[in-house]
Write a protein that binds this ligand. Structure first.
Ligand SMILES: Cc1cc2nc3c(=O)[nH]c(=O)nc-3n(C[C@H](O)[C@H](O)[C@H](O)COP(=O)(O)O)c2cc1C
Ligand SMILES: CCCCC(=O)C(=O)O
Length: 406
């Protein structure tokens, strides 16, 4: 029986070949940051108020003017179409049916156009800047033509993180059957059969790219390191402003200085994120960095927290700290692998119901009622530990009141 996100994870693990599950689950190097994304939430405890009328709970919010029925954004995830045929389309449909927002990765299997025509959800397009600016510009123009609402530039991949499992597993695009994974593939014939109806097993937005045509199988790191431009700077953010007319979002902000710089350039939303612990290891947990960024931005851009959300209570904590909404990656991918569109809907329902229940128990029936006075930072052992990442976010201890959400 599936009652929470962890149950969905188990189901996904059973249904996917090892190399595919490991790609989804994988963190970089020692996995410190991926674990810190979860541990970070343990430092925030609630201050509940009693005898509040919670007969009506309201978890609606707006993100960049878009009204959402739940404060959840499906994050950009490359190769989601390997978890279920037309996986990105299914996830975008699930977002539409639950009033959430969907972000399509540059590195998706479904194309910009396929996903836009499959779903009525508000869509963002996530951009990686290619060495070939002609390719980059054409991605941006395609996203504009297909009606994506915002462009989300990911800024934490100047090089692909060191995902050692993918190397051990020999994970490639398209996936290959090798001597080492033969038995495992045989054990997952259901997946093989399901995937046989997939339109392709490679990056859909680049099927015409000679590099993809020439090579029959490449590792993700090989391909992305060859294509992504490591020289991208703030100048490129300014350039994107000239080619993209809509709101601009930066994903992967992890300190106050960058947040301020983004605000100066008029970036409409910032995603506090460490890429789910898949990039630079030994960054603090995303929620540990959140107060620093919220305090630096002072309400001039919207802030989204991304990384480690597995419970509705995590979402409530992030919003109380000053985020407008949360982005999720693996939780909806587990759902997608477990049961396609219905699985993603289940992941969204589980989190949304947990949010509702938490708000009721906390005595804050509306998301807009949340502020830092709903929290305590109450883990003395962690607070006093000299190496605690919390030392980096001194502001978190002060917990000033004031609604940063509304
Ligand atoms: C399988 C997988 C693929 C991802 N691909 C991308 C991507 O193409 N672009 C991007 O900006 N982030 C990508 N991410 C990062 C997610 O957008 C998000 O930041 C991260 O998953 C959040 O952490 P969580 O999984 O704990 O929710 C990917 C994450 C996963 C798990
Ligand atoms: C598949 C290309 C890379 C996607 C990515 O950003 C990630 O795996 O985290």
């Amino acid at each position: 029986m599936i009652v929470n996100i962890e149950d969905l994870r188990h189901r996904a693990r059973r249904r996917l070949p090892k190399a595919v599950f490991d790609y989804v689950e994988g963190a970089s190097e020692d996995g410190f940051t991926a674990a810190a994304n979860r541990r970070g939430f343990d430092r925030y405890l609630f201050r509940a108020r009693s005898l509040v009328d919670v007969s009506v709970v309201d978890r609606t919010t707006t993100v960049l003017g878009e009204k959402l029925a739940t404060p959840l954004i499906l994050g950009p995830t490359g190769l989601a179409g390997l978890l279920a045929p037309r996986g990105e389309e299914l996830a975008a449909k699930a977002a539409a049916s639950r009033g959430a927002l969907f972000t399509l990765s540059t590195m998706s299997i479904g194309t910009i156009e396929e996903v836009a025509s499959a779903s009525t959800a508000p869509l963002w397009f996530q951009l990686y800047v290619w060495r070939d600016r002609g390719v980059t510009r054409s991605l941006v123009e395609r996203a504009k033509a297909a009606g994506y609402r915002a462009l989300c530039l990911t800024v934490d991949v100047p090089a692909m993180g060191n995902r050692e499992n993918d190397r051990r597993n020999g994970f490639t695009i398209p996936p290959r059957i090798t001597f080492t994974n033969l038995l495992d593939v045989f054990r997952h014939l259901g997946w093989v059969l399901r995937m046989s109806s997939s339109p392709r097993a490679t990056f859909g937005n680049f099927v015409d790219l000679p590099e993809l045509k020439r090579t029959d199988a490449v590792s993700v790191a090989q391909f992305t390191n060859a294509q992504f431009d490591p020289s991208v700077t703030w100048k490129d953010v300014e350039w994107l402003r000239t080619v993209w007319p809509g709101p601009l979002v930066l994903k992967g902000i992890s300190c106050a200085e960058d947040a301020r710089r983004a605000v100066e350039l008029g970036v409409e939303a910032l995603i506090v994120s460490n890429h789910g612990g898949r990039q630079l290891d030994f960054l603090p947990g995303a929620v540990d960095v959140l107060p620093e960024v919220v305090d630096a931005v002072e309400g001039r851009s919207e802030i989204i927290l991304d990384g480690g959300i597995r419970r509705g209570s995590d979402v409530v904590k992030a919003i109380a700290m000053g985020a407008r909404a949360c982005m999720i990656g693996r939780p909806f991918l587990y759902g997608l692998a477990a049961n396609g569109q219905a699985g993603v809907e289940l992941a969204l329902d589980i989190l949304s119901k947990e949010i509702d229940r938490t708000l009721a128990l906390l005595g804050r029936p509306r998301l807009a009622d949340l502020d830092r006075s709903a929290l305590r930072v109450d883990a003395p052992a962690l607070l006093d530990a000299p190496a605690s990442p919390l030392r980096l976010v001194e502001g978190a201890r002060r917990l000033p009141a004031g609604n940063t959400h509304g």
